[in-house]
Design a protein around this ligand. Structure first.
Ligand SMILES: Nc1ncnc2c1ncn2[C@@H]1O[C@H](COP(=O)(O)OP(=O)(O)OP(=O)(O)O)[C@@H](O)[C@H]1O
Ligand SMILES: [Mg+2]
Length: 234
């Protein structure tokens, strides 16, 4: 059984293929960077994976199933996608308590995850008064509430300052060390180079490389590899 698998995934919007025949398997217990420039099709692929977009053809499966077929998905897959909705006028803790209640998760677990993302001090603050970095941490807290084995994160580093990025890196590594499978997208190649074990690189909806970061980048940087791999394609 694979943790996450794209199989000839196509997502067409009108005449444009946002994702064009993407096949890739994500290895369990590792951090996989899902990389590519703006508009490459990363978010669309991840949205297909969690049932927010319907594939035109092919499939995107979690644990060999469609997301909507998973029982109590919060305990199997944690997601951070831009569409995630929290109530701005409620506190961070209250927001998490609402999500927790919907999945039969205890309030004590809410306090535990707030501690894990280092938001305990700000737990009672209204979410609308959170900084961007605090909102990202709250989203991550929501993703790990059900202690899932799989995390799917769309640009979780967006808006984080260097300290926040370093924190996120440590956080993801700690999760992977617990055996969790993490798929994390980013258009910031340099930043991901030190974070991930494996990479899937896409451009214009198509796969251009996948494998361990060592195998894909060789001697240079991830940016070098990306430019080399897309040379002539643009
Ligand atoms: N709902 C939609 N309707 C029409 N076109 C869409 C829709 N969602 C995405 N697209 C198009 O699909 C392409 C891929 O977009 P997507 O958001 O998946 O890229 P991305 O890799 O996540 O980019 P970014 O790094 O900017 O987040 C883009 O050309 C975008 O305009
Ligand atoms: Mg995106």
């Amino acid at each position: 059984m694979s943790a996450i698998r794209f199989d000839s995934l196509v997502k067409q919007y009108g005449k444009q293929a946002a994702v064009n025949n993407l096949s890739a398997t994500i290895q369990a217990g590792r951090i996989t960077g899902f990389l590519g420039p703006n508009g490459a099709g990363k978010s669309t692929s991840l949205r297909c994976l969690v049932g927010l977009a319907k594939p035109t053809s092919g499939s995107a499966k979690i644990l060999d199933r469609d997301y909507r077929e998973l029982e109590n998905p919060l305990t199997q897959v944690g997601t951070v996608l831009d569409s995630r909705g929290f109530h701005p006028s409620l506190s961070g803790r209250k927001n998490l308590q609402i999500v927790a209640a919907s999945a039969g998760i205890s309030d004590s677990r809410v306090d535990e995850v707030l501690e894990l993302v280092e938001l305990t001090q700000a737990a009672k603050k209204r979410m609308k008064n959170y900084s961007l970095g605090m909102k990202q941490r709250l989203s991550l807290a929501g993703a790990i509430l059900g202690n899932p084995q799989i995390l799917i994160l769309d640009e979780p580093a967006n808006g984080l300052d260097p300290a926040g990025i370093a924190w996120l890196r440590k956080f993801l590594r700690a999760m992977a060390d617990q055996g969790k499978t993490i798929l994390v997208s980013s258009h910031q190649l340099a930043e991901m180079q030190n974070t991930v074990d494996d990479v899937i690189i896409i451009n214009r909806g198509q796969l251009i490389a996948s494998g361990s970061i060592k195998d894909v980048i060789g001697e240079g940087t991830l940016e070098d590899a990306f430019l080399r791999l897309t040379e002539g394609a643009n």
